[in-house]
Write a protein that binds this ligand. Sequence first.
Ligand code: AMP
Length: 306
Amino acid sequence: MTVLVVGSVALDTVTTPFGARERALGGSATYFSMASRLLTDVRLVAVVGGDFPDESTKLLEASGVDTQGLQVVKSGRTFHWKGEYGANLNEAITLDTQLNVFAEFDPVLPENYRKSETVFLANIHPEIQAKVLNQVKDPGLVALDTMNFWIKSERNSLLKVLERIHVLTVNEGEARLLSGEHNIVKAARAIRRMGPRTIVIKRGEYGALYFGEDEIFHVPGYPLEEVFDPTGAGDTFAGGMIGYLDRVGGASSRHVRQAMVVGCVLASFTVEAFSVDRLKGVSIAEMHERFQRFQNLTVFDDLDIG
Ligand code: AMP
């Protein structure tokens, strides 16, 4: 099975209460790929500039990510995001977004990418998401992530691509902005009417909520003693979740529930360090170990009174 992902590959400048990092490897498709490659084959579609470090491309390749679809525009600059976190680590404050080479990106998929079972349209311009989706032949599962930046500035093209997807992953603020509903249950219901039948609301350190046909499911966040940098947690979550769904070949309720836990497990590694510094070294054994701890965290018996 294979997941094709399109989204940002970025250089991020991030400040958290615990430190700062300039022009570190980031981007929605980067975090997604580095998580999902632990579960399945990953094909990356994105563009970077001449300033993108060779060692970052090498890291993706050494991690098993197929970078044939990573275009390099030597004369251009890589997407740059600058953000900071205050005491509330659940909320990133965007200070600057420079699309750079993404402003002109017109993706053409390598021939062998066109047959991919699963497609993840990671956070990027909705027209780029649509152009990629147009080139894939009958994908079994299509999921999408977006953010306030695109919901506000490209609403119409976003609504068009939403009609064509199965699973949407957004955070609470984005769900409210997209739906116009403050209550999150109402927001999920309103978004389901826009197209995607499965809505996953990411809740930062509080985990994630799943809204299906007649079903709501909640996974808590993994209780960590130290959170260093939350950047990429949402994309890592999606990488774990969608990677698992691709691996098991379905999106039944059982699989979605397991997949959400896998997503939370992998996101818990990402936030322990800047960039992909922790995620890149995660082993399958470590993933299983945290999954097990997660199970113990949430399991409880029936009442012992009548
Ligand atoms: P998250 O998983 O939500 O923390 O996403 C963090 C990543 O999103 C960062 O590495 C940024 O490079 C990337 N990002 C920020 N703004 C945008 C945007 N407007 N479009 C695409 N990617 C973005």
